[in-house]
Design a protein around this ligand. Structure first.
Ligand code: SAH
Ligand code: SF4
Length: 343
């Protein structure tokens, strides 16, 4: 018999389950709380009668993320995890400390099928998508391991969230539930490479999350060379979707722009980008590209990056340079899994 992933279940689904098992409905709330707090075994649910625990054990399983590797930065408080999932697949998360608390960057898939030329996550293609519970487990395991509470979540690890949107939406509802981890949607960012259908689907939900769009280029010629997704939804289509998203949700979009020396970092590129984004409720995040050994991209020098940033601000586009954390342990997501696979 195939067991069911109980940690991905909503509270009302657990309530229905209790009714069908002829158990009092309040048990659902107790079980939900245990699951969302990160227990890995039904026997840890001490206020649940043992008979019910056995019944659950027989038909359901609790998803966990086992710490396979933990790397701590010696220059800041960044911690990078390599987790092993139930089937042996490897997934990465990064915990970062900010003034206001802890933030975690989690993965939504094992690998990625989008094939961006600068990214380590896509190198081996997509293995599989993660369930909502596997996204939650990345958070609960880190919280338990470090004995901290995490207040911010970004879906910017391995994978394309819009290629696994059903599970991502389930995750967003679970993680923000007041009886669960209770992390407010305002403290969550979802990043996409520009899957336009997903942007419209997410707009329908009208979550108060931050949508990040990995733009990386001001025109189709450059974007085509970096991101195959641009062949399906080009820059104009993507920007139109972003404008529509802002119209529906009233929320500012965050554009990611990885600057690559000689590719997308000229004054002309900045001007073209400014023209593209003019008038939109948005913010641009400049990220110095992280060189991956499979490509020949080089990050521009600091002065050049600052100049690019200043130019955009002067042209009326709100722009900042992303702080790079954990430089010594990680570089970009996907690299740790890549290394482990090689070994
Ligand atoms: N698939 C989603 C989310 C995960 S990638 C997306 O592409 O948006 C998270 C972010 O890291 C994206 O903005 C992505 O473009 C960026 N990124 C990936 N590899 C990078 C690298 N080598 N250097 C800098 N940024 C990188
Ligand atoms: Fe996938 Fe994002 Fe990496 Fe592109 S940048 S390959 S979409 S994870």
């Amino acid at each position: 018999m195939n067991k069911i992933d109980i940690k991905s279940m909503y509270l009302d689904e657990l309530q229905e389950l209790m009714v069908s098992l002829k158990e009092p409905k309040f048990r659902a709330g107790q079980i939900f709380k245990w699951l969302q707090s990160g227990v890995s075994d039904f026997d840890e649910m001490t206020d649940i009668p043992s008979k019910l625990r056995v019944t659950l054990q027989e038909g359901y399983y609790i998803v966990t993320a086992k710490v396979k590797k933990r790397l701590e930065s010696s220059i800041d408080d960044t911690v990078k995890y390599l987790y092993e999932m139930y089937d042996g697949e490897l997934v990465e998360s990064v915990v970062m400390k900010y003034n206001h608390g802890y933030s975690i960057c989690i993965s939504t898939q094992v690998g990625c099928r989008m094939g961006c030329s600068f990214c380590a996550s896509g190198l081996q293609g997509l293995k599989r998508s993660l369930s909502a519970s596997e996204m939650l487990a990345q958070i609960t395991t880190a919280e338990r391991d470090l004995n901290i509470r995490i207040s911010n979540v970004v879906l910017m690890g391995m994978g394309e969230p819009m290629d696994n949107l059903q599970n991502v939406i389930r995750f967003l509802r679970l993680v923000s539930h007041e009886k669960g981890l209770n992390i407010g949607l305002r403290h969550i960012s979802v990043s996409t490479s520009g899957v336009v259908t997903g942007i419209y689907r997410l707009a329908e939900e009208n979550f108060p999350i931050t949508l990040s769009v990995s733009l990386h280029a001001p025109n189709d010629k450059i974007r085509d060379s970096m991101m195959p997704v641009n062949k399906k939804w080009n820059v104009a289509t993507l920007i139109k979707a972003c404008k529509d998203y802002v119209k529906v949700t009233g929320r500012r979009i965050s554009f990611e722009y990885a600057v690559v020396s000689g590719v997308n970092d000229s004054d002309e590129n900045a001007k073209e980008l400014a023209k593209l984004l003019k008038g939109m409720l948005c913010h641009v995040n400049i990220i110095p590209v992280n060189p991956v050994k499979e490509n020949s991209y080089i990050k521009p020098d600091r002065r050049k990056i600052e100049h690019f940033c200043k130019l955009l601000n002067d042209l009326g586009i709100n722009t900042t340079i992303r702080r790079t954390l954990g430089q010594d342990i990680a570089a970009s997501c996907g690299q740790l899994r890549g290394k482990a696979l090689e070994e």
